[in-house]
Design a protein around this ligand. Sequence first.
Ligand SMILES: C[S@@+](CC[C@H](N)C(=O)[O-])C[C@H]1O[C@@H](n2cnc3c(N)ncnc32)[C@H](O)[C@@H]1O
Length: 324
Amino acid sequence: MLDVYMPMMKSAAILSAGKLGLFEALVGGPLDTQSLAEKLQASINGVRFLADFLITIGYLEQQGEQFANTASTQRWFTSAGQVDYTPGLLWSLEAWPMMGDLSEAVRRGSPEKTLWQAMEDKPQLGKTFSAYMDAFAGDLGPDLFVHVPVLPEHKRLLDLGGSHGMHSIRFCQHYPQLSALIVDLPSALTETDATIARHGLAERIQASPGELLVHDWHGQHDVVFYLSVAHNHTADENRLAIQQIFDALNPGGLLVIHEYLADTPNNAFMSAFRLTLLYETGTQTYRYCEYVDWLQMAGFTGITRIDLDPLEKGSLILATRTRS
Ligand SMILES: C[S@@+](CC[C@H](N)C(=O)[O-])C[C@H]1O[C@@H](n2cnc3c(N)ncnc32)[C@H](O)[C@@H]1O
């Protein structure tokens, strides 16, 4: 029972802290129970019991009469950190009740309703999911700059499933010759125009709502991002998308795929992710050799795999449409 009870309480406590803003409340330094409770507008007993438990699982530390974030909490769950994954906590609160249906999804082999259908019924879901993806994009961003070779002649970036827009925004900021088109479902783009405008890039980046396989991609492009999108599609859809991407690339153009590959050693994270896909989208992760097949069939060359560190960050696959 402890294998069920303790992880449940661990998740519930971390998610509650995220929702209450407890980690952010401690970003400037330690606080005693009363000050923390006042800041969170919560009960003294509630805050004390929550904080006591967060200490035992390594999320807070006791400093005399006061509570402080541990270095890891400050780094991953506050605005002062390297990446603030608080939006991931808020998304997990939404995903939590969906888990209750996991046994039924296992029985059926698919979700009763996909995440994308659920987002149509409940628009807040799409916004919360995009905010989580935005946080992850902040984590992945530096890896993309290291590994994606954008050339001076690359002018047009197509960001399929680009959601929050932050990958396109960072690349357009870094490479002044680039302009970008982001294609995603309407549920993922509710904040994207405002984010682009806030970064002063409304002239260079356009967000276009639609189903990526049937959408008008506005002509030819030089770099295509297919980042964490393949696992939301069937093998046939990915084969088709990769062919369409090849056709939409100028010679010398580059495709960048970010994915979790099914042939990485079967560890707890990869298996959990596959189970999540079963009940969220009814899709799955694919093996590297499947991507290579799809890419070669489409005409791509120079296919390269880069496994990111840590493993939970996934892998990049780069492929080129060679100049003929
Ligand atoms: C896991 S998120 C990745 C978001 C972003 N590319 C990133 O790396 O942060 C997958 C994205 O694919 C989008 N998506 C899923 N199915 C789609 C479809 N049929 N057409 C367009 N976008 C789709 C989702 O809305 C979501 O924004």
